[in-house]
Design a protein around this ligand. Structure first.
Ligand code: GLN
Length: 509
């Protein structure tokens, strides 16, 4: 079975037309995973038995002509910081190596109701801290487009899985770019929803005022379908909200979409932005302009403070959230805590052995900026600047409906290229972080060269890795559409219109 252009809608149509069964498709994905994942490293663990059983349930329902939803039987990859009851959830950390989730995350409950299938849990930077998935305590994930390069991060496992046809779609989480940047690096679609649109219950917290779960998919339409299924209020997350999205998400009104005005922020197109990225974003702009959409120059003057603001607020929240991993409440890897001589020693031994370098760096930074005497100078100041950044967007949205920007300043970099230099790694989130600070929705879409895209699937993976010294010119590059709060419909509609013109194969019969 060719999975190359199988989208959620095509899967659904094929399932109902009995062209294939959910079980067959799940088996094909597991076969692909077994053949190719040893080289790619997208998955940390698989959920084969449950997945097969769930697929059979879906097939039984289809056989009885019961009505099944769009996501029934759809095989998904789930980032390992999202809890699925009874399954491991390591968040990429040694400290959670032996932890088994005791409940389902809010998004998982919703997807289970839709009868979606979970293939397994995917690799990630430890506690979602990173931009390359190299901070995982367990393994390196390779970019299926070029195995010498990183898939991006921190949701690199889910992005690689979708790219290499090891899952039909995936879930990631985005605190400062962790869905959008890997989507850009791998050439897939990633949506970071409005803060509060999706429940964070059962998401292992990184920075709670910034974290959101969202889809990683092959097409914008798939992202819309998954977003529509996982959004909405959850009593277990008081920051989650119900808003009236109507059916705009699934049935965009393209006539209205073409009347939108898009802002292009001057601060996002500065020296240091890689030329190929600049060209890719510009070509996407031209394509969209061709639809009749208007563009306007805008200014987001506080952009230059976003990265430093994030690297104060985020570690502050990280230091609080990671305090719970104390060696007592969660199963953890170290046995030397049994030799501990005091309670404090249990903490030291557990945390010393269980956390990796990046987690420790951020816990220390966060504890410092929250400490008495420094709180006002750092944390409070950062919160004030966060408001200014948000105000910039509010002002811009008085004139425009959405904003076009790059996702990351460069295409995927080489494995090992930035591991010794955390600051250069942090810079890869410079265009994604302001969106999290302002709580906005944003979509990463490949500025596509379809000829390249067809080579992203697993069938080509070994051939590619053996043959090619791929130039970065042929690496995927994403562009970003940033929307008004709760206006995912605008960016998803626009993105879908863009795709229907640039990759019609994914939308035709
Ligand atoms: N790369 C960013 C960081 O390291 C963002 C991570 C994320 O969005 N989870 O913090």
């Amino acid at each position: 079975m060719s999975l190359n252009t199988l989208t959620i809608k095509k899967f659904h149509d094929g399932l109902l037309a009995k062209k294939f069964s959910a079980l067959e498709v799940a088996q094909t994905f597991f076969a692909n995973i077994k053949e190719h994942d040893p080289e790619i490293g997208a998955y940390l663990n698989l959920n084969e038995e449950n997945a097969m059983r769930e697929a059979e349930t879906v097939d039984a329902a289809v056989a009885k002509n019961e009505s099944v939803g769009m996501l029934a039987g759809v095989p998904l990859a789930v980032k390992d910081n999202i809890l699925i009851k009874g399954q491991p959830a390591t968040a990429g950390s040694k400290i959670l190596e032996h932890y088994t989730a005791s409940y389902d995350a809010g998004v998982i409950k919703k997807l289970k109701n839709e009868k979606a299938i979970f293939l397994g849990k995917t690799n990630m930077d430890e506690f979602a801290m990173g931009s390359s998935t190299e901070n995982s305590a367990f393994q390196i994930t390779k970019n299926p487009r070029d195995p010498e390069r990183v898939p991006g991060g921190s949701s690199g496992g889910s992005a690689a899985a979708v790219t290499a046809d090891l899952a039909l779609a995936g879930l990631g989480s985005d605190t400062g770019g962790s869905i959008r940047q890997p989507a850009s690096f791998c050439g897939v679609v990633g949506l970071k929803p409005t803060y509060g649109a999706v429940s964070r219950s059962g998401l292992i917290a990184m920075a709670s005022s910034l974290d959101q779960i969202g889809p990683l998919t092959k097409t914008v339409e798939d992202a819309a379908i998954i977003f529509d299924a996982i959004r909405g209020h959850d009593p277990l997350d008081s920051t989650s909200a119900d808003t009236n999205y109507g059916n705009e998400l699934l049935n965009p009104d393209f006539v209205k979409i073409k009347e939108l005005t898009i802002g292009v922020p001057e601060e996002y197109f500065v020296d240091g932005l890689n030329n190929e990225v600049k060209t890719a974003v510009e070509s996407a702009r031209k394509t969209i302009e061709g639809f009749g959409v208007k563009f306007k120059k805008i200014s987001l003057p506080h952009t230059k403070y976003a990265l430093s603001t994030y690297y104060i607020i985020m570690p502050a929240e990280v230091s609080a959230n990671l305090a719970r991993f104390d060696g007592i409440r969660y199963e953890q890897a170290t046995s030397d805590k049994r030799q501990a001589t005091s309670l404090k020693d249990v903490y030291f031994k557990t945390r010393g052995a269980g956390f990796g370098q990046e987690a420790k760096r951020r816990i220390i930074l966060g504890t410092f900026v929250l400490s008495s005497g420094y709180y006002d100078a750092y944390y409070k100041k950062a919160q004030q600047i966060r408001t200014l950044i948000k105000n910039d967007f509010d002002e811009a949205f008085k004139e425009v409906d959405a904003i076009l920007a790059p996702v990351a300043p460069t295409p995927a970099f080489k494995i090992g290229e930035k591991t010794e230099d955390p600051l250069s790694m942090y810079l890869s989130d410079i265009f994604t972080i302001p969106v999290n600070l302002a709580g906005l929705p944003a979509l990463a879409i490949p500025a596509r060269n379809y000829a390249d895209y067809t080579q992203t699937n697993a069938e080509n993976f070994p051939r590619e890795s053996a043959s090619s010294q791929r130039k970065s010119a042929s690496l995927p590059i994403g562009f970003q559409l940033i929307g008004k709060p709760w206006r995912e419909a605008d960016i998803l509609g626009l993105g879908q219109y863009y795709e229907r013109t640039t990759i019609p194969e994914f939308y035709s019969g």
